[in-house]
Design a protein around this ligand. Structure first.
Ligand SMILES: [Zn+2]
Length: 228
């Protein structure tokens, strides 16, 4: 059998392998999706921090106003004209004092929450930087590997063209037909007495015939058999 058919098969095997390799490349979809998740968490944390800061600012304004009121009522108390006014002002100052301690506590709690959220935000920003680095690395690798494999596929097709140009129409027809019938692989080679595709140990009878026939085949998988 013509050795060029075996050359053609090896070229096609190479093309198949390269295409498979290309389809298995990591294009970064997973890394991007993880990065986006971290980015959303970062954005939420940022928004939460803004809300907390504005709540704290509101409470502090309220606290300031309450303190001013207390000072005002205290100075009124100094100048109170009668017992009724004293009692009324004292009651008011008492209530304002309660409000102030509630506000104090609210501000302290907000400060705690702000600290926790700030720390989370710092951590998320750090993670986001790492995810961005990782994603970029994978995307760059995908781009360069795709380019390399595409170039190799192109070279393999050029090689294929050179081989097929030297084969006659009958041989090509036979090759295409067996390729179609045998799951994309038409030609096997004999390796240590075995068929290189199905692994079947070829009988001496099969081997002897293979040397003389025009289109020898493996008795097991029925692929065209090339003997070196
Ligand atoms: Zn076989």
């Amino acid at each position: 059998m013509n050795r060029l058919l075996w050359d053609l098969q090896q070229t096609d095997n190479l093309i198949t392998r390269l295409k498979r390799e290309r389809s298995k490349l990591d294009d970064g979809t997973h890394a991007r999706s993880e990065r986006d998740t971290v980015q959303r968490a970062r954005d939420e944390s940022k928004a939460q921090l803004n809300t907390l800061n504005s709540q704290r600012s509101d409470k502090e304004t309220e606290l300031q106003a309450t303190e001013e009121k207390i000072a005002r009522q205290n100075s009124r108390l100094m100048n109170a004209k009668n017992a009724h006014e004293v009692t009324s002002l004292q009651r008011d100052i008492q209530a304002l004092g309660n409000a102030r301690s509630d506000l104090d506590e609210a501000v302290l709690m907000l400060m705690d929450e702000i600290e926790t959220t700030s720390n989370q935000l710092v951590e998320l920003e750090k993670q986001l930087v790492e995810h961005n680095v990782q994603t970029t690395r994978i995307e760059r690798n995908f781009a360069s590997e795709t380019k390399r494999i595409d170039r190799e596929i192109e070279e393999a097709f050029a090689m294929r063209k050179e081989v097929t140009a030297q084969l006659d129409a009958d041989a090509l027809k036979m090759y295409d037909e067996v390729t179609r019938l045998r799951h994309g692989v038409a030609v096997a080679v004999v390796e240590n007495g075995n068929c290189s595709v199905c692994g079947n140990a070829l009988t001496p009878f099969n081997l002897r015939d293979a040397k003389t026939q025009t289109w020898p085949t493996c008795e097991n998988c029925e692929r065209l058999l090339f003997i070196e």
